[in-house]
Design a protein around this ligand. Structure first.
Ligand code: ZN
Length: 374
């Protein structure tokens, strides 16, 4: 009887472990087709083609591709038909579903006919360049969402540059992983059909503002440029664009599922200068947020990164979810909060599983002394 009992104990423990193991993987993705219904988005110079139709077509194709390649991944759309969905509603859909990744699909449009190419954005507060114009244009849609938009978006007025000050308080917990996904999208977009690559950028997009998962906004190309437009209205190109985003997702997912962040991601152009300035600090600074200032391992070791932010945050910040033994490391312009120190990657992997229950986007980093090694 005892032997039998022991057998069932072991069986249930291994079953629980197997369940835990699978919980590391990406399970849900939200695909957001920009605009819809009364909000056409940008419109082609002749007025014939609308952004909302292109984004919906590419979004649905991307969802189909992900579902057929990964039947166990739940694909959630913010819209599947030509309907208007408020920006805050889109974010709410993503947050309520506790998705692991948010991909918003858009098409650019400007008054000049010459700009062309694709670019992928992550949320950021930078308003000092032309990126700001793109986000202003995309944020303008809230003016169509009814008179209460200022209440719903915390007093925000998309046409008032001063309004964008609210974003300066932003702590983007998922900036780093958003940057990785964004850089992968742009990497695969190099294969065409729209070959001009405008890179990855940061700008304050309302739809990305409050998402609680890594999130990117892809501008496929320019509806205002004849060459881009011819591609954007071709259904075959929609398949191509969707499968390139799928390739980016696959590479992102492989890294994410392994729990190991060793992607050599491209740094946004506007960040490069800041990073150069901060290079010196980068090499040195390591501190603990807990009072006991424990000594760090000098040799190569592994830690679980739970959060990446652009400014130091207090040890009782909600983003740290009450964790007491948090440490941080600086790399470039980012501050990375970590848990634990492990001699082997296997030990770190074992620790990652329970940590991801609390911090779903956590992953393992390799550290030597005070420096993160890619
Ligand atoms: Zn748009």
């Amino acid at each position: 009887m005892r032997v039998l009992l022991l057998f069932f104990c072991i069986l249930s423990i291994s079953f629980a472990c197997a369940q835990d193991g699978s919980s590391v993987n990406i399970k849900k993705i939200v695909i957001d087709a920009g605009h819809g219904g009364k909000d056409p988005g940008t419109i082609s110079p002749g007025g014939k083609y609308k952004e909302k139709d292109i984004t919906l077509s590419v979004a649905l194709k991307l969802g189909d591709l992900i579902k057929s390649k990964y039947p166990y991944i739940e694909v959630i759309y913010t819209r599947e038909t030509d309907i208007a969905v408020a920006l805050d509603k889109r974010t709410e859909i993503a947050n309520k579903s506790k998705a692991d990744l948010f991909i918003s699909i858009h098409v650019n449009g400007v008054s000049s006919r010459s700009p062309s190419g694709s670019e992928t954005f992550v949320m950021g507060a930078d308003k000092s360049n032309s990126n700001f114009q793109v986000s202003m244009l995309e944020n303008n849609v809230i003016l169509l969402e009814g008179d209460d938009y200022q209440t719903r978006y915390e007093g925000f007025n998309p046409n008032d540059p001063e309004s964008y000050i609210i974003f300066t308080l932003l702590q983007n917990a998922h900036l780093e992983q958003s940057l990785i996904m964004a850089s992968l999208v742009q990497k695969y977009f190099n294969q065409g059909p729209i070959k001009i690559n405008r890179g990855i950028k940061q700008a304050p997009f309302l739809v990305l503002w409050k998402t609680s998962m890594p999130s990117v906004l892809i501008e496929l190309g320019f509806i205002s440029n004849t060459r881009d437009l011819n591609i954007l209205i071709d259904k075959k190109s929609h398949n191509q664009l969707a499968s390139l985003i799928l390739s980016a997702f696959e590479e992102y997912k492989n890294q994410y599922d392994k729990g190991y962040n060793n992607l050599d991601y491209v740094t946004p152009i506007e960040e490069t200068q800041k990073q150069a300035q901060q290079k010196e600090q980068t090499q040195q600074t390591v501190k603990t947020t807990s009072a006991n200032n424990k000594t760090l391992t000098a040799n190569i070791h592994y830690r679980v990164q739970i959060l990446s932010v652009s400014k130091l945050i207090p040890s009782d910040a909600p983003d740290l979810k009450g964790e007491q033994n948090v440490q941080y490391l600086k790399k470039g312009s980012l501050i990375k909060y970590t848990l634990g120190e492990f001699q082997t990657k296997e030990e770190a992997n074992a620790a990652l599983i329970p940590i991801r229950k609390k911090f779903p986007q956590a992953f393992i980093i390799k550290v030597k002394g005070n420096t993160i090694i890619n």
